[in-house]
Design a protein around this ligand. Structure first.
Ligand SMILES: [Zn+2]
Ligand SMILES: [Zn+2]
Length: 457
């Protein structure tokens, strides 16, 4: 991909100066600082256990500057596929570290490669950069007052899913690992992804497009790691789910077509409301009658719309909803049974129907072998008490595309600090404590050092 973004543009915004100052602090001249302190024994390049004290010290050196970048990103959130300024900050920072940088991947995505001094496998780390149409109500000194147009409406914009933390953590991780380049056996691919929350209507974007545009092509990673903020976990704690971890999400839109008539003459009508109501109820039997009790799933009809007047049987009814599963075979069964229920119910009523499935996000399945191999690394970094296995959650994440491509692991990163209690993800009161930034860098850098130290798989 060609570099489509003029680097000078970042200096146009006055507030970006803070970010640039932070970048300068982390520029290549600072690289020597990330070496172990004098007298410390440098770790052997392969096979040796992670030197957690040296890593902790290296993370401490980049923490303040990375938190400054995080505040800057938080104050300048951008919606999916519009992360223009964010991707400039990211690319600028990665170039300053001496990485090979590609911009404009899936519109605003950035892919950077750090090649270690010694040969070895490649490992990928992914952060997402997009914010949400949410008006921030946190009262933080670095809160967002940004506004943008979303689906034709003016909205507040906020990093209400913590992607500012993910992005800055990955930048800090790049700084730490760039300082260890001479001891790395293999390569690290840094993936900064747009539009994780979904592209605007009529556009494509996100992880799937980054892969199609070669994010994993040169070098090809043999594993991929990511983390996501969790406001219910304290800073310094991490959690993970081996195997199926986050749900797939598929949307659907259906129209039941009947025949319009006077509300007093149902014998002349084909009533789409009664038919749609039967469909809605029958859809709930998929979960209870067609699937194993051990195969969790959700089918929700969120919209059922029909009619304009109390005494008219309308011509059609519209249904929209979402399907969540943890297994593509379960999703296939749900979709097949939905079609059969629409077919059978509308035929019995003398009605017709259309049923369309929208963008479908695969379930996130953490690779069990990779998870088992990397958990000891987390335990060494954070201590046994701060690393927890947790059950799957019903959110969705398009990191699943990366994890379907190569073995993947996404961690939950604790962001609840001593300050204000955070609202849930996607809420206007979501707060991630700054301490989550160094905590995230420690985990990401340690995963890479141990993975490459062990020679990949
Ligand atoms: Zn989100
Ligand atoms: Zn998110």
């Amino acid at each position: 991909m060609t570099d489509t973004m003029p680097a000078g543009r970042i200096t146009v915004a006055g507030v970006a100066v803070a970010a640039l100052a932070a970048l300068a602090l982390l520029a290549p001249g600072a690289r020597a600082q990330v070496r172990p302190p004098a007298g410390a024994q440098p770790r052997a390049a392969t096979g040796a256990a992670l030197d957690t004290a040296a890593l902790r010290a290296a993370v401490e050196r980049v923490a303040a500057a990375t938190i400054e970048i995080r505040h800057d990103l938080h104050q300048h959130p951008e919606l999916g596929n519009r992360e223009v300024r964010t991707s400039l900050v990211v690319a600028e920072r990665l170039r300053a570290l001496g990485l090979e940088v590609r911009t404009g991947v899936a519109r605003t995505g950035v892919v950077a490669v750090l090649r270690g001094a010694r040969p070895g496998p490649a490992v990928a780390l992914r952060a997402d950069m997009d914010a949400l149409p949410v008006t921030e109500a946190t009262g933080l000194p670095y809160r967002s007052t940004a506004r943008a147009t979303y689906s034709g409406q003016e909205v507040g914009v906020m990093h209400a899913c913590g992607h500012d933390v993910h992005t800055s953590v990955l930048l800090g991780t790049a700084a730490v690992l760039a300082g260890m380049r001479d001891r790395l056996a293999g390569s690290v691919v840094f993936v900064f992804q747009p539009a994780e929350e979904g592209p605007p209507a009529g556009e494509d974007g996100g992880a799937e497009v980054m892969l199609a545009e070669g994010a994993f092509r040169d070098p090809r990673p043999s594993a991929v790691f990511a983390l996501h903020t969790d406001p219910e976990l304290p800073v310094g704690a991490y959690s993970y789910t081996p195997g199926p971890a986050l749900a797939s999400a598929a949307s659907f839109t259906a129209v039941v077509r009947g025949r319009q008539a006077h509300g007093a003459r149902p014998d002349l009508a084909v009533d789409p409301i009664v038919t749609a109501a039967q469909v809605v109820l029958a859809l709930q039997t998929i979960r209870s009658r067609n699937l194993s009790p051990f195969a969790p799933s959700v089918l929700t009809v969120g919209i059922l719309r029909a009619g304009e007047r109390a005494n008219i049987i309308p011509a059609e009814a519209r249904l929209e909803g979402t399907i969540r599963t943890y297994d593509s075979a379960v999703e296939d069964t749900v979709k097949r049974r939905m079609r059969e229920i629409f077919e059978g119910t509308t035929r019995a009523a003398g009605a017709a129907f259309t049923l369309e499935f929208g963008r479908s996000l695969p379930a996130l399945v953490n690779d069990r072998a990779l998870t088992a191999r990397m958990v000891p690394t987390l335990v060494r970094v954070a201590g046994e008490a701060n690393v927890r296995e947790v059950p799957p959650k019903s959110f969705s994440e398009d990191f699943s595309y990366f994890a379907n491509e190569v073995p993947g692991l996404m961690l939950w990163l604790g962001v609840q600090g001593p300050g204000p209690v955070s609202g849930p993800l996607h809420s206007p009161t979501f707060v991630a404590d700054d301490g989550a930034v160094p905590a995230g860098i420690r985990a990401m850098a340690a995963l890479v050092v141990d993975y490459l130290g062990g020679g990949g798989r």
